[in-house]
Each structure stands twice: as C-alpha cells, then as structure tokens.
Design a protein around this ligand. Structure first.
Ligand code: UDX
Length: 435
C-alpha cells in the first residue's frame, strides 16, 4: 500500500515509520522545510526511544520518504493520513481544527483515484463529516472515503504501542475503505490484534472516552492519595488492593503530581466542551479537569511545607522536568506549575532532566540547570523528584546525603520507599504514603 502522512509531529512520524516497517511505502509530508531537512539527516524532531533507528532503517530500505511537496505523495496514495496538531483553542478550550481543515483542502486538490482519507489527529465528534464536506465541495467528482482511525500511542512507548496495540479502532461504513484499512493493518490482524470496526462518529468519540477514562482513573487515585495522607493509609497498597480486581485493573493507578502531556489535558477539556455544546454534560470529566489543575498548583505548597514552610533564599534541586519519563515533552508538565510557584516563593532552582532541558529553557525563567542529578542536588536544601526517569530510581543515596545541605527529599512519583529513606536519615515526603 502507498501511504501519505500529512504532518510529521509525534503521531505522524511514529505512525509513518511503523507503517513503513510493516512494508508499506510511506511519504511523510510537512510544511516545515527545516524539519524535513533534519529528518533527511536522520535528526528526529522529538525524543522517542527507538524512533531514529526505525526511521533510518526504513529510509535506507526505501519505504519511508520525507518531503515538503504534498503533490506526488497524495496523488499516489491509497490512504492519506491527517496527523496534524489539534491544540486547545486559545480562550475556549475547544480543539483547534484549522490544521485539519487545511489538510483536507490540500488533499482535495491533489488526490487522484479512489483515496481513503484517514483522520489520525484527535478530533471532536463530527469532524469526519466536516472533512468529507470540505473535500466534496472542492472536488464534487472525487472518489474518496473519510475514515476515523484514532491513535492510542503513549509518548516514550509509542513504537511498541503502534506495533503491539491493545486494539485498533477504525470508523467507517465504506466497504472499500474498510478493505484498505484492513490491508494497512494486516500485520496486526495476523497477530490477532482486535480491530474494532465501527461508525465514524463512534470512533471519534472512542478516542476521547478512552483518554477521559484514564484521566478519571489517575485523578481518582490522586484523591485517594490525599485521603491516605489524611487517615494514615498507603496509596500504593490501595492501588494494589483495588487493581488486582480484574474489573478495575492495575494500570494507571500510580498517584502523582497530576497528569500532564500533550493529550490528557487538552482532550479532557475538549470532551467537556463537546458535551456541553450538545447539552449532555460529562460532569465527572468537568470535575477531573478542575481537580487535576488545582492538584498541579497545590504541589508547590506540599514542597514548601516539607521544607519547613519557607523556601525563601533556599536552593531546591529538581530532578525531572518532562511530564513523564522517556520524553522531552514539556506540554502541561506539572513542573511548569510547580517551579514558577517555588521561584515566586523565593526559592532558587537547580534542575536536571535527561532530555527535556532544552525545551524547558524556553518555558521556565530564572532557573539554573545541572549536568546530572548529582549536580542538581549538590549544596541544595532539598531534593525534589518531579519525573520518574529510570536513572533517578537508583541514585547513590549516600552521595546525595553527603551533598545535600540538610536531609529533605520530596518524591512526587513515589519511586523510593518511605521506610528505607527514613532509615537512611532523610526527611522524606511522598504522595499518599505514611513514613
Ligand atoms: C496518553 C495516552 O496514554 C495515549 O493512549 C494517548 O493516545 C495519548 O495520551 P501520553 O500522554 O503519552 O499518552 O502519556 P501517559 O503515559 O498516558 O501519561 C499521561 C499522564 O498521566 C502523565 O502526566 C503521567 O505522568 C500521568 N500518569 C499516568 C499518572 O499520573 N499515573 C499513572 O498511573 C499513569
């Protein structure tokens, strides 16, 4: 199959590289010439484990191409994927669909023969109808079908999530489109991955419902963590105790500083907007959006309290800035709420993140950076863990103890054991666990 991927952001690039690795011929198109230039030199625009090798291999084997010129890519394609951004619209939180609609216009102009237009971007219910109308209006003669095929890729594990997914969701009622989608995902079909064929609107909603449900799950355990702190219980054991119930499931029950990233904050908000527009509010999601936002803000207070109530003039060594491990993504990261609040309270920040510091430099003012975890903590009055990078899980705690000015450790990812930290002489604060 020949595939055109419009947009070489996170989703487009990972999906394009993985489809090529399945054996399809994929051309990734982006308007950003410098991005395409860098991709030609195998420089990835994002940090994603394994992606550079996958791209390099498929480029070498001539199944993966990059271009700024959509013409040939779209004209030759059996399937054109729209994988452009749908950021939150400034002011109202609705998904901004301008890039999706611009892609639809371009596809309409350039497609030839029967073409399946696949929306991979996360789009509100009804966007497929709109895309179809845009194309139909521009090219009344065109032979095409618009399909919804949402992605469920986690940053940091995206290649595995694409190649070994729990399921693939395809929204279309067009038989020819269904056949092409089956052919595209045949390698997964053979592995018995469930492929959920459904109507387009249902497929669009599945994506939002999945992300919202996971956000609810995380927020639920975060509030349980607060309750644990209040009543002297341990949230990790609560997670295990409830997660072993197959109806609940163990995953996404790690309490932390609140969810962030490129999807959950924007998708939960967009879902609440769609729901309100249709007079069918999803109050549980409204609440989750609110609780999560205030949780991220409250975390600075937790750190200040752990440091005796006043951080003015004190230095805090911060480990981790990205919204989670294995990514350089800073979008809606808890660090963006926590660090400015600590700075505002008079603290000096020395931070280290294995991948996200370049990105952080554009977003965080007035803080210093270290070359590694030990550098961040050296001479600091407290060590604060904001992101659960593997390399922070087995730090040389003797060394940390010796280089810290004092003994305060705040671990917002629960990667150390309270008992062990107490035995080692740290004043240790974590999320929802008694010392
Ligand atoms: C998410 C979805 O998992 C993916 O299917 C979707 O397509 C895109 O959004 P991603 O944003 O990459 O992926 O990260 P994910 O691993 O889901 O984590 C999201 C946020 O939730 C992070 O801030 C993470 O730290 C937080 N989280 C996750 C928790 O606080 N606790 C958990 O148990 C799991």
């Amino acid at each position: 199959m020949r595939v055109a991927m419009i947009g070489t952001g996170y989703v487009g690039l990972v999906s394009g590289a993985c489809f090529a690795d399945f054996g399809h011929v994929v051309t990734c198109v982006d308007k950003d010439a410098s991005k395409i230039d860098r991709l030609h030199q195998n420089i990835m625009p994002i940090y994603e484990p394994g992606l550079d090798d996958l791209v390099e291999k498929n480029v070498k084997e001539e199944r993966l191409f990059f271009t700024t010129d959509a013409k040939e890519a779209i004209a030759d394609a059996d399937a054109v994927f729209i994988a452009v951004g749908t950021p939150s619209r400034r002011g109202d939180g609705h998904a901004d669909l301008s890039y999706v609609y611009a892609a639809a216009e371009e596809i309409a102009e350039l497609m030839t023969g029967f073409t399946v237009v696949v929306t991979k971007s996360t789009v509100p219910v009804g966007t497929g109808d709109e895309v179809e109308e845009i194309i139909r209006k521009k090219r009344p003669d065109a032979d095409f079908a618009v399909v919804s095929n949402p992605e469920f890729l986690r940053e940091g594990a995206a290649i595995k999530d694409f190649k070994i997914p729990d399921r693939v969701v395809v929204g279309t009622e067009d038989e020819r489109a269904k056949e092409i989608m089956e052919e595209l995902y045949r390698p997964l079909f053979l592995n018995q991955t469930p492929i959920v064929f459904t109507a387009r609107r249902t497929s669009e909603l599945i994506k939002y419902a999945a992300n919202a449900f996971l956000a609810v799950k995380i927020t639920f355990i975060n509030e349980m963590a607060d309750l644990c702190e209040a009543v002297g219980a341990n949230v990790q054991e609560v997670s295990r105790g409830i997660g072993l119930d197959g109806r609940i499931g163990k995953k996404f029950l790690n309490a932390g500083p609140g969810y962030g990233g490129s999807c959950f904050p924007k998708d939960t908000l967009a879902l609440t907007k769609t729901a309100n527009d249709h007079n069918s509010p999803v109050r549980i999601v409204d609440t989750v959006v609110e609780v999560n936002a205030s949780r991220k803000k409250a975390m600075a207070g937790k750190i200040i309290k752990a440091m005796g109530g006043d951080v003015s003039g004190k230095t805090i060594g911060v480990l981790g800035l990205a919204f989670k491990q294995n990514t350089d993504d800073m979008r809606d990261a808890p660090s963006l709420d926590i660090i400015p609040a600590l700075v505002e309270a008079g603290a000096k920040i020395k931070a280290y993140d294995p991948e996200a510091m370049e990105e952080a430099k554009h977003l965080l003012d007035g803080i210093d950076y270290a070359e590694n975890a030990y550098g961040a903590v050296d001479g600091a009055d407290a060590m604060v863990i904001l992101t659960e990078w593997d390399q922070f899980r087995a730090l040389d705690l003797e060394r940390i103890k010796a280089s810290l000015n004092g003994d305060v450790v705040v671990d917002l990812r629960n990667i150390y054991s309270p008992d062990d930290m107490a035995k080692r002489g740290f004043t240790y604060t974590s999320i929802g666990r008694p010392v």
